[in-house]
Design a protein around this ligand. Structure first.
Ligand SMILES: NC(=O)c1ccc[n+]([C@@H]2O[C@H](COP(=O)([O-])OP(=O)(O)OC[C@H]3O[C@@H](n4cnc5c(N)ncnc54)[C@H](OP(=O)(O)O)[C@@H]3O)[C@@H](O)[C@H]2O)c1
Length: 291
């Protein structure tokens, strides 16, 4: 597995990241198997959020670390904060909303550290662009957490370029990623300036739902199976290889709950798609030739 920095200031992550959003549907034993399948395949970076699994997934993942703390130094942990919704675990929220106050960011990180059974978060992301985001408060929270060694790097998720640029202006250290939805089922960032902007900033994007969340492509799937066969790849490897071909150095975050599929995804890293195959796959989903 290739390891690469997200930004020249760091951090270095595995080019394919394992996402834990869906992991509440499996047992603690399977979570342990998923973690070890990833580590064995060289996928050392794991993506979380405070809210995943109704605020339970970090804790289940942390149980595996608490059982064998030696694995913590073999992995990088990403988590997010800023979304609140009504839940028995968070009784004060009565409507879904965002909270990017200094108090909430610091509280959320302290909680994630405890849940994950670790003394540091490698990368903290603001989960969604908050219309009430106060950049001075976010900067204060980030600086406090960085100075305390509790969070090593910071980034954002689902931010537009203007929102990214605005927050960056208030920080004395770089935002190292924007985690956005990109896949063959969601190609807008290739054309709406989002990826251009990140390349201009020297920041690698992370792609959530790189397989479109498992949804079926709006094309005759036999075409994709045939193309995958040409490269000796599986269907899902082909979708990942399509993302990996982009010069912005996309880090796909795979969301499978099956250990074997983690291993399968890791093998897409060596595929090199031909230019015309890449464009043909694009044409399948846009339904037209490039102009
Ligand atoms: N920042 C954000 O706002 C945001 C939003 C959403 C997600 N995320 C992150 O992105 C990660 C990935 O999202 P995602 O789960 O939607 O990603 P995905 O990899 O596009 O989709 C995973 C889904 O596809 C299914 N699938 C079907 N065939 C598959 C195959 N051959 N190989 C692998 N999976 C297959 C999986 O089922 P099985 O489990 O049965 O394999 C699973 O339900 C999440 O875990 C989370 O960390 C971030």
């Amino acid at each position: 597995m290739i390891r690469q920095p997200l930004h020249h200031a760091g951090p270095t992550f595995s080019r394919i990241v394992a996402g834990a959003w869906r992991w509440h549907v499996v047992s603690g034993e399977t979570i342990s198997r998923l973690i070890h399948a990833a580590l064995d395949a060289g996928i050392t970076s794991f993506d979380h959020a405070d809210i995943y699994g109704d605020h339970s997934n970090e804790e289940h993942f942390g149980a595996v670390i608490r059982k064998d703390s030696s694995i913590r130094n073999r992995m990088e942990l990403i988590t997010k904060c800023g979304i609140k919704f009504p839940s028995k675990k968070r009784p004060s929220a009565w409507i879904k909303h965002y909270d990017t106050s200094k108090q909430h960011i610091v509280w959320s990180v302290e909680n994630s550290l405890q849940m994950l059974g670790t003394d540091r978060i490698d990368l903290l992301l603001i989960h969604r662009a908050d219309p009430l985001l106060n950049p001075n408060e976010v900067a204060e929270a980030f600086t406090q957490l960085k100075d305390a060694g509790k969070v090593l790097h910071f980034g954002v998720s689902n931010f537009m370029p203007s929102q990214f640029r605005m927050l960056q202006r208030y920080l004395s250290f770089p935002l190292v990623t924007n985690q956005i939805e990109i896949s063959l089922l969601k190609v807008d960032p290739l054309f709406n300036g989002e990826l251009d902007f990140l390349m201009e900033m020297g920041v690698a994007p992370m792609a959530w739902s790189p397989l479109g969340g498992g949804k079926v492509l709006p094309v005759d799937e036999r075409m994709l199976f045939n193309k995958a066969a040409k490269y000796n790849l599986t269907y899902s490897q082909m979708l990942l290889a399509w993302l990996l071909r982009h010069p912005s150095q996309i880090f796909p975050i795979i969301g499978t709950t099956q250990p074997d599929r983690i291993k399968e995804a890791s093998k897409s890293i060596n595929a090199e798609l031909d230019l015309q195959d890449w464009f043909e796959m694009l044409q399948w989903v846009t339904g037209k030739e490039v102009p």
